[in-house]
Design a protein around this ligand. Structure first.
Ligand SMILES: *Cc1c(COP(=O)(O)O)cnc(C)c1O
Ligand SMILES: [Zn+2]
Length: 434
């Protein structure tokens, strides 16, 4: 008997363990439910559980008891346990006060291994189950990062991968899928159309779609972001979390992670406020929060933040619930603000994030300015992906310098010309506006 099973989020019916994401009785999503007594007996309580976990290798598998892993599962890759660090210079810029400096943290999944986004976490869990269910082919619909992660993990596990993407994805994300030998199917449509197609294919082909029939297992991987934040803060919960939202799963699962840590006595109970971040060009969840609606009105995405461009988010309803129930809020930022925020994070903290990280940083600034985030409180920003995958959005932002001859006199001339403030190398051509 395993210590977890699928259960309907609405009617509570249990479905055992199988590749399935929807309850046939009420058509609501399924979720992994755990026997917490059994976890407690394996892991110990409070202090002893903390000690046991702390001694394990620094990757997400240190929380194995709290993940839906098949019996005898042997991890193939050391995924996760990314850095959490203070961001004092960014804090000053975003909040306009010195007070925030020691209270703002970055959780940096831009350096999550192996494919430089938090999607490695969800895929690692989904593929453990794909193998247990006997799939030899894994698949997904993706806005880019998931494609990279499925392709890489499938290569490592010796599985075949079929990846379905909207045709307008960033070139680096397509190449970063091809390189692992995955079959990439470009669809002339947006993510929501790709996803609908994948649901139909999943009915016809015996494939493990990580975010369709394996979705309940997949999404549990996101909890490890929450476990790590708590452990890295010294087994303590933050006051606020700012999290980018696409399908809305990550923010819901960070909340679930915190609740589980409280339940098992690993951290003290505390009310954490959850703040969602979206691009204005695809903001169905933040729009619902701002208008006081509990349901999603689907949108047609139009934004450079393609990793977040899901117009009809599968977990939107639950994301709204988490945000509102916690006393948090949701914001969104324009494409030019996303680019400014990518630059700001890079220039203040040396972290190069992709567009989704620009969304998080831009929204965090708005939330400080709106006094929704108190600079005296501990706040964690979820930076979920790497800037080297979306360099195309910075095209034209930096001018290409004309090369100079390899001579000291040439350099001295160049230096004196450069010292006029408008022309210092590396200063950005203001082509994108504020
Ligand atoms: C997928 C993704 C998200 C959002 O995840 P959801 O769980 O779908 O809300 C955030 N950031 C990046 C970089 C992503 O690729
Ligand atoms: Zn049901």
């Amino acid at each position: 008997m395993s210590h977890y099973e699928l259960r309907c989020r609405e009617c509570g019916r249990s479905w055992g363990n199988q590749p399935r994401s929807i309850c046939d009785d009420c058509f609501s999503p399924l979720e992994v439910a755990y026997d917490y007594d059994s976890i407690r007996s394996q892991l110990g309580d409070g202090r002893s559980a903390r000690e046991r976990i702390s001694q394990r290798p620094p990757n997400m598998w240190r929380y194995s008891e709290l993940l839906p892993l098949p019996q005898g599962f042997e991890p193939q890759l050391p995924v996760g346990f990314t850095p959490l660090f203070q961001a004092p210079r960014l804090a000053q810029q975003l909040s306009g006060t010195a007070a925030a400096a020691k209270n703002l943290y970055i959780k940096n999944d831009a350096v999550c291994l192996p494919t430089l986004s938090f999607k490695d976490r969800v895929v690692a869990v989904a593929l453990s189950q794909a193998k247990a269910f006997g799939f030899d082919t894994v698949s997904c619909s993706s806005t880019g990062n998931l494609a990279n992660a499925v392709a890489a993990h499938a290569a490592r596990e010796g599985l075949k991968a079929w990846i379905f993407i909207p045709s307008d994805l960033e070139p680096a994300k397509i190449l970063g899928t091809n390189v692992f030998g995955a079959k990439v199917v470009r669809i002339a449509g947006n993510y929501d159309q790709v996803n609908r197609l994948c649901s139909q294919i999943a009915d016809e082909h015996h494939w493990g779609f990580v975010n369709v029939n394996l979705r309940p297992y997949y999404s549990e991987g996101s909890k490890t972001v929450g476990f790590e934040i708590a452990e890295q803060l010294g087994w303590r919960l933050p006051d606020n979390v700012v999290c980018p939202m696409a399908g809305g799963s990550l923010i819901v699962k960070i909340k679930k992670a915190f609740d589980e840590l409280i339940k098992l006595g690993l951290v003290e109970g505390k009310e954490v406020k959850f703040f969602g971040a979206q691009a204005t060009g695809c903001s169905p969840i933040s729009t619902a929060v701002k208008t006081g609606s509990s349901e999603i009105e689907p949108q047609k995405p139009s934004t450079i933040a393609r990793s977040l461009a899901i117009g009809n988010p599968a977990d939107g309803h639950y994301a709204i619930k988490v945000i509102k129930g916690s006393g948090g809020w949701s914001e969104d930022v324009s494409d030019p603000e996303i680019i400014q925020s990518i630059k700001l994070l890079a220039e203040t903290e040396g972290v190069f994030t992709e567009t989704a990280g620009g969304v998080t940083v831009g929204c965090a600034g708005k939330l400080y300015r709106q006094d929704r985030i108190d600079p005296e409180e501990t706040t964690v920003l979820g930076i979920t992906g790497n800037g080297l995958k979306t360099t195309d959005v910075l095209a034209g932002v930096y001018r290409t310098e004309i090369p100079i001859a390899p001579k000291l006199t040439e350099f001295e001339r160049y230096l004196s010309e450069s010292l006029s403030p408008s022309d210092i190398p590396g200063v950005i051509a203001e082509s994108v506006g504020a």
